[in-house]
Design a protein around this ligand. Sequence first.
Ligand SMILES: Nc1ncnc2c1ncn2[C@@H]1O[C@H](COP(=O)(O)OP(=O)(O)OP(=O)(O)O)[C@@H](O)[C@H]1O
Length: 254
Amino acid sequence: MRIEVHDVTVIIDGNPIIGAARLDVQPATVTGLIGPNGSGKSTLLRCVYRALKPSSGSVYIGSDEVWRSGARQAGRRTAVVTQDHDLDNDFSVEETVAMGRGPHKRLLERENSTDRDIVQDALARVGMQWAAHRVFARLSGGERQRVLVARALAQQAPVLLLDEPTNHLDVGSQLDLLSLVRELGLTTIAALHDLDHATAYCDNLALLRSGQVVATGKPEEVLEPDRVADVFGVRSTIVPHPITGRPHFVTAPT
Ligand SMILES: Nc1ncnc2c1ncn2[C@@H]1O[C@H](COP(=O)(O)OP(=O)(O)OP(=O)(O)O)[C@@H](O)[C@H]1O
């Protein structure tokens, strides 16, 4: 399913946060949303997953404008992993992942054996089956992050939106998660800080600066050294990875 962002502007308390942003994410591709702190990555993602109504412009998922359809329909189309963990409850890991089935159920409809299988499968894919009966709020930050990815998988939505999905994860778990995201074959937008991960795992990048999309394209095109120096203030280059031979983004001390 394609995602189109048409001239989205966000103004909060009179301050322009996002200015006429445009994005076109083709079905079954992974787009990395990159940019310095405060450049608007989370805000733009929130517009796509219908948590924030743009001041102007529109967001289409497939042929539907997200604010013209209901929250439930949005939930069937779009799975989201954010940094906002609600820890003020005693839900188990299994119950937390089962919430991903919500958009597929009618009000008060109980989960059935298919839902339970989907939940177990999602937990297995992120290596968290062992924690099914643990209290979600008492897991480590990295374990919680993996459970939230499992909840998104249980949602079985064609679109996946991730806000800093590798936060809290150790290096092995970061690579596992990014590989999993690629394998899923969903239409994905991921806000990422690690520009080497963005280079290695994304088909395309969109670079935000002060709320403006200043470049889009293949990682090697977007992360052109002069642009990286201008936007992030660091020297960088892209070289063949010594092990894989694939593009590898590296910075150098100034
Ligand atoms: N609800 C809000 N009220 C006021 N300002 C906001 C609000 N939400 C976001 N902002 C501001 O908008 C700007 C962009 O924030 P956003 O969180 O989207 O950036 P980001 O690129 O995701 O940053 P980071 O990399 O630090 O996570 C920031 O200056 C932030 O303070």
